[in-house]
Design a protein around this ligand. Structure first.
Ligand SMILES: Nc1nc2c(c(=O)[nH]1)N(C=O)[C@@H](CNc1ccc(C(=O)N[C@@H](CCC(=O)O)C(=O)O)cc1)CN2
Ligand SMILES: Nc1ncnc2c1ncn2[C@@H]1O[C@H](COP(=O)(O)OP(=O)(O)OP(=O)(O)O)[C@@H](O)[C@H]1O
Length: 186
């Protein structure tokens, strides 16, 4: 657990001094939206970026333009659900306790199917799809309770490590997409 926290802190600090986040995010957007799995999924469950995460605004815009349905996470205690977002023009969204924009609580929960692609944030990943998140356990719990066939993590190259500490509940990503590489899908 200590090693997890140390690694989390180290990478978050590195992210704080990462330059050109928007340019790198544009490349990640291009890589993601040219993947066959992106083209074949009609529904996208995606995080709304905050702080120094890969900026997801253009991904959401592209999805909308391509006629896909977009869903974003809403947290409630330790629990996370996904809800439709109709426009990313952010006045429809609400800031949660972490300072992340999320859909309002009154929209029905979306239940994913095989046609749903999850685009997932995280602090660090390995090339084989192991994930270290921010420590809330939200995605781990969600992915262990729901059947998720298609998962893609987004990260900058500086977030990729050869080894990260894993625990029994950690859920693997199918692909990890960075500004220069697409890992996984084997
Ligand atoms: N954009 C985005 N949305 C997301 C996630 C994410 O990582 N990114 N999540 C992915 O799971 C969930 C939220 N999880 C989070 C977990 C911890 C913190 C965080 O800032 N923790 C602080 C302590 C904050 C406090 O307790 O008040 C910290 O670690 O310093 C933020 C989000 C759902 N939505
Ligand atoms: N499937 C699960 N069932 C019950 N508890 C879980 C499950 N997955 C994770 N947890 C709990 O969540 C806590 C945080 O887990 P962990 O540090 O792995 O989160 P993370 O993957 O970094 O966070 P996040 O998914 O929110 O980005 C752990 O202390 C663990 O007890």
């Amino acid at each position: 657990m200590d090693f997890k926290n140390t690694l989390r802190k180290e990478i978050l600090e590195n992210l704080n001094s990462l330059e050109h986040i928007d340019a790198l995010s544009n490349r990640i957007t291009e890589n993601l939206t040219s993947m066959p799995i992106w083209k074949s999924c009609n529904k996208i469950c995606i995080f709304i970026s905050f702080k120094n995460e890969v900026n997801t605004d253009k991904i959401i815009e592209t999805a909308k333009k391509e006629g896909k349905h977009v869903y974003a996470p809403l947290i409630n205690g330790k629990h996370m659900t996904f809800h439709r977002v109709d426009n990313i023009n952010r006045e429809d969204l609400i800031l949660n306790k972490f300072g992340i924009l999320e859909p309002p609580k009154n929209i029905d929960e979306f239940i994913p199917n095989d046609d749903t692609l999850f685009v997932i944030p995280g602090v660090s990943f390995t090339k084989s799809g192991n994930r270290l998140g921010r420590g809330g356990g939200y995605y781990d719990r969600y992915l262990s309770k729901n059947i998720v066939k298609n998962s893609i993590a987004l990260a900058f190259n500086i977030q990729i490590r050869d080894k990260i500490p894993t625990e029994s509940w950690d859920q693997k990503m199918k692909y990890v997409v960075t500004e220069t590489k697409i890992y996984g899908g084997l």
